[in-house]
Unconditional design. Structure first.
Lengths: 328, 277, 463
């Protein structure tokens, strides 16, 4: 099997449903049926039963409530308000827009840095060097620390009086900002913590993808005289692109709704500079108990996330197609 | 001569890069662990203290608390079962999405991610009511179910992309030898994607191990997990800093052990892949 | 200025005391017909012949009543560490006496409210005893989740309880709602003003004359602030303590509550603007720059470390100041805050949906008794019985207890209506914005006032 052929079979139907998909069912209809039911149906049924079984009701509940003025504490009579909550939220003077801006900056800067760091470290860890095993295990520790503890630790590390970080900066003669109190810095201080906590996820996922890459494709390319960069760009990158898509997708989805870290580090302050959308939703949902309003905000967040994800997928699909073209 | 020089420069550069990576990721952990051995006065010393007289009082309070062992046990049961559920169900679905062309497969797999896009906060109240009526609140199985639900979108997508990397020819070879689809899946494909399975398992485990909001509000005294127990050190007026750091340090140990075990598997998966190709 | 405030404080104190007594008295009388007495006491279980474990009459009383509910399990959700640890320890003895088991569920304090609210709101009756932070009172009442206690207080089947023995303001605020008794005063709390007497002396100030106005706090603070040393530890981060500090200043200046008689917020007043000016401009001048991100722990620890000389603080976190290993051990003085202070604190209540109301009431009763309150004192926690504050034995144990009693006497409560959490949230947002300079103090105060007014109008508290 040549590398070209192998790639063709990797690529097929991964995102688009191509005619090559036929190959997959090779082996006959019979192999694909169990107890008279299509095998693929039996295989996906449990997942969808459990996921939608548990989430359809809450999701429906949220959609219905988003059309009402429901307040859990109960002194205001319940009434349907149609799209009123959505209109309030989307109004230009709405506080939500501030949160939207903060959230986008938080997620984009954060995920971008995580991706760059994640890919670099994955490539580094894919090489042989002393202490590699330890670094691989060690990198995961930030993910294991309970969020409460990591939030508190970073909060104290950043603190201008008690913190080691400003202290070290002073020791070298510079003047540190109030990391969590200065409106210009707070968001990036929080992003740094998020990168610390989440980039190991990228590293491990991308590393696993790199390791699944067949060695002989690279060897073949090297024999053909390809430089290290060419090998990476033309062979490695296309190979791991699907995993990159998935990793970016999930990190973006999670970053757009990050809550715990921000709650612990700044609770949205100073002012509203770190009030991400989920902080906004938390305040209105669990401090004000305005469930109707909160549900509407959540659904808007979901729709926005959806759009961003589709955009992501498309962008990467196009890129992937280009890579394939240059290859051929 | 020049190449050895170049090599030396590269080695030194490598050393600094690796050292920087260690410091960035490990300094906060070091600070957490060292705080767990500091008295409160030392923890908040101005300027911060590098050298201090260690105390083990916070570990003593953790380990002498009869609730603590129960909490670890809860966390282990809930995390372990969640991982098994997520991986088994996730691998089935992922395999179906990777290897079968059927109508709406893309939409279906995408709809799974949508389940993860809602901010968890809005799910709390309806889920609370649902769990109440199903008598799932304050039960292990309730938390396992909900964690599995949150894990599945990721597990399915992750494993799907790993399945897709396995050439179909390998599978076909197994069919020709008379294996059924599921037998081929178990014997040929799963060993090949072991690194992917291991990585996915680690993340599924971490989600369940660290999840807080649902564990707190849908759980109860019978299901207290480590993060919930940990948060009990946040008082109305005070934060028991030392207790939190000591308990968090203990909480990091089981997943570290897991990763060390899986680490072996990661390397095995790698060599296996190399031999196979 | 100080005198005027003092006077007004006193008149308010008397007013509250009189009011509370009348209300409590009326409630007790109104419910006197002891019809439900039998029901309240439950079916009389056959006397279990078991050796008594009670060591004195006090314990014997609970043993005698409680044995009939032996084996019952009471669930109590509480807010993590703090006052509750003492109660949990005390309830272990209660279990020995009565055979009634208790389960104390520690949650982070913010979520105790969420959990309790969800439980009462869904009527699932998981919890038997409710920690009644009085700011939550209105919301819990709205769920109809709290049991009226008059019948129980009056019921001779239970050991007697003297409601008049509690600090009257505290009984009113922690226990009464529209004339009904729903909670027993459990944990008293009011912000006090610790200051470092050694620093005062070093700066040429009189160590026995703590500031009596907020202007003095500022001018003393300027004297105390130099190099790495700061006059004040401000809790300026975006969290509830910023609201508490602002409320303390506002109460001290204005000596009036959040709302006027028409239910409108009164922050857009001279005192309200001035309080914001102090909060956002004057106190940051004498606090470390980091204070704009500080929560309670950082501020309290900065005073423990001796970096800051004064603070306005809740007693619950103060044991660190007087601990043996504290860097400021023996240096601290304690005063009531200038002019006024917010009351914090908790009642203890029984869930209306509990299946074990009688046993739950007995435990509440036990935990607020003088004998158990004495145990709180040694741990540095709050008490609610008037006589205990005056008890020399108790005062000897805890150097700031007397001050706390004084502070509770001039304490004003914040509103208890169901939208209070939302009001706090609005306040925290604008106070923090003023401190970090995103809004000017005037803007912040005006916006805060307007938003609260709009909210209260929406909820029908203002016409």
């Amino acid at each position: 099997m040549t590398s070209g052929e192998q790639h063709a079979s990797f690529e097929q139907g991964r995102i688009s449903e191509g005619p090559q998909g036929q190959i997959r069912t090779a082996g006959g209809e019979q192999r694909n049926r169990v107890l008279g039911l299509p095998l693929h149906f039996l295989l996906i049924a449990p997942t969808f039963l459990i996921v939608f079984g548990l989430l359809v009701y809450p999701l429906g509940h949220a959609i219905v409530l988003s059309l009402s003025n429901k307040i859990l504490t109960g002194s205001v009579p319940f009434k349907w308000v149609g799209l009123g909550n959505y209109i309030d939220l989307l109004e230009t003077k709405s506080e939500m827009w501030t949160s939207v801006g903060v959230t986008l900056r938080f997620a984009l800067v954060g995920v971008f840095l995580e991706f760059i760091i994640g890919l670099s470290l994955a490539l580094l860890l894919n090489r042989e060097f002393r202490g590699r095993t330890w670094l691989r295990v060690g990198l995961l520790v930030p993910l294991m620390v309970p969020p409460l503890a990591s939030g508190l630790i970073w909060r104290i590390i950043y603190d201008d009086e008690f913190g080691i970080f400003p202290h070290l900066i002073r020791t070298v003669g510079a003047n540190p900002p109030i990391f969590l109190g200065d409106p210009d810095w707070a968001l990036y201080a929080v992003v740094a913590t998020e990168v610390w906590r989440s980039s190991p996820f990228m590293v491990l996922v991308l590393l696993a993808a790199l390791q699944a890459q067949p060695v002989e494709t690279i060897e073949a390319a090297e024999v053909d005289g390809a430089s290290g960069w060419q090998v990476f760009r033309l062979i490695t990158l296309p190979f791991i692109t699907p995993v990159i898509i998935v990793a970016l997708l999930f990190r973006t989805v999670d970053a757009l709704r990050t809550f715990d870290l921000i709650f612990l580090l700044t609770a949205g302050g100073p002012g509203t500079t770190t009030e991400v959308i989920s902080m906004f939703i938390y305040r209105w949902g669990f401090r004000h108990f305005k469930l109707g309003f909160t549900s509407a905000a959540s659904i808007l967040l979901m729709i926005a996330t959806l759009i961003i994800c589709i955009f992501y997928l498309r962008m990467l699909v196009v890129r992937q197609a280009e890579v394939q073209l240059t290859q051929e | 001569m020049r190449t050895t020089n170049l090599k030396r420069v590269r080695n030194i550069a490598m050393f600094f890069v690796v050292a920087a990576v260690w410091i960035f990721y490990f300094f906060p952990i070091y600070w957490m662990v060292s705080s767990s051995f500091k008295t409160r006065v030392d923890t908040f010393a101005i300027p911060p203290k590098w050298i201090f007289w260690p105390t083990i009082q916070f570990y003593l309070t953790s380990f002498t608390n009869p609730k603590f062992l129960k909490v670890i046990q809860n966390s282990l049961i809930i995390t372990g079962t969640t991982v098994v559920f997520s991986l088994v169900l996730g691998a089935w679905a992922a395999y179906a999405f990777a290897r079968f062309r059927f109508k709406g497969s893309l939409t279906l797999s995408f709809s799974l991610i949508v389940a993860r896009m809602m901010p968890p906060i809005v799910f709390i109240v309806p889920l609370y009511l649902l769990f109440n009526s199903l008598k799932l609140r304050n039960t292990h199985i309730g938390l396992i179910l909900i964690f599995t639900v949150f894990n599945l979108p990721f597990t399915v997508w992750m494993l799907k992309s790993f399945f897709e990397e396995v050439p179909i020819e390998l599978e076909e070879a197994a069919w020709i030898d008379g294996a059924s689809r599921l037998q081929a899946l178990g014997r040929v494909i799963l060993p090949l994607i072991a690194p992917g399975l291991a990585a996915t398992a680690v993340f599924a485990a971490l989600l369940a191990w660290n999840e807080f909001l649902f564990a707190l509000l849908l759980g109860g005294p019978d299901t207290t997990t480590l993060p919930v127990f940990l948060s009990g050190f946040l008082g109305e007026r005070d934060v028991e800093w030392g207790d939190i750091m000591a308990t968090a340090t203990v909480a990091v140990l089981p997943p570290t052990l897991l990763v060390m075990l899986v680490q072996q598997n990661l390397i095995k998966g790698l060599t296996l892949g190399a031999v196979k190709g | 200025m100080g005198n005027v405030v003092e006077e007004r404080g006193a008149s308010r104190r008397e007013f509250l005391r009189a009011g509370a007594l009348t209300v409590a008295g009326a409630a007790v009388v109104a419910c006197a017909p002891a019809a439900p007495a039998e029901e309240a006491a439950g079916p009389q279980a056959p006397a279990v012949t078991q050796a008594s474990v009670a060591a004195n009459d006090f314990e014997a009383a609970y043993e005698e009543v409680g044995r009939q509910w032996e084996g019952t399990l009471l669930r109590v959700p509480v807010g993590g560490v703090g006052h509750w640890a003492v109660n949990e320890a005390a309830s272990a003895r209660f279990t020995e006496l009565t055979g009634i088991e208790t389960e104390w569920e520690n949650n982070p304090y913010d979520q105790v409210y969420d959990k309790t609210f969800l439980d009462l709101g869904s009527q699932s009756g998981t919890y038997d005893i409710i920690d009644l932070n009085f700011a939550w009172f209105g919301q819990f009442i709205a769920t109809d989740g709290l049991l009226r206690l008059e019948d129980y207080v009056d019921n001779p089947a239970f050991p007697p309880i003297d409601l008049d023995a509690f600090v009257p303001a505290v009984l009113e605020v922690y226990g009464m709602w529209e004339g009904g008794l729903y909670g027993l005063p459990w944990l008293g709390d009011a912000m006090i003003f610790p200051y470092n007497q050694t620093h005062f002396e070093a700066a040429g100030l009189d160590p026995d004359a703590p500031p009596v106005t907020w202007d003095e706090v500022h001018s003393f603070g300027m004297e105390l602030t130099q190099d790495d040393q700061y006059g004040f530890a401000l809790m300026g981060g975006r969290q509830i303590q910023a609201m508490c500090t602002y409320a303390a200043i506002f109460f001290g200046l204005a000596n009036k509550g959040f709302y006027n008689d028409a239910g409108e917020p009164q922050f857009a007043s001279d005192e309200g603007f001035e309080a914001m000016e102090i909060m956002a401009v004057k106190l940051p001048e004498i606090s470390p720059p980091a204070a704009i991100s500080w929560d309670i722990v950082q501020a309290a620890e900065a005073v423990v470390q001796g970096t800051c000389s004064m603070e306005i603080q809740w007693p619950g976190i103060l044991p660190g100041l007087i601990a043996e290993d504290s860097p400021v051990h023996g240096q601290m003085g304690f005063a009531a805050p200038p002019g006024g202070t917010p009351l914090g604190g908790h009642g203890i209540a029984v869930s209306n949906y509990s299946k074990n109301k009688d046993a739950a009431y007995l435990l509440c009763h036990y935990l607020v008794s003088p004998e158990i309150q004495r145990q709180y004192v040694s741990e540095g926690y709050a008490i609610t019985l008037t006589d205990l504050f005056e008890d020399p034995e108790v005062q000897a144990i805890n150097p700031y207890l007397k001050t706390m009693g004084d502070a509770m006497a001039i304490g004003l409560s914040w509103p208890r209506t169901e939208e209070t959490n939302e009001v706090f949230d609005i306040m925290v947002k604008h106070i923090n914005a003023a401190i970090t300079g995103e809004e000017t103090p005037e803007e912040a105060t005006q916006l805060m006032n307007d938003e609260i007014l709009e909210l209260r109008r929406e909820r029908g508290y203002v016409n």
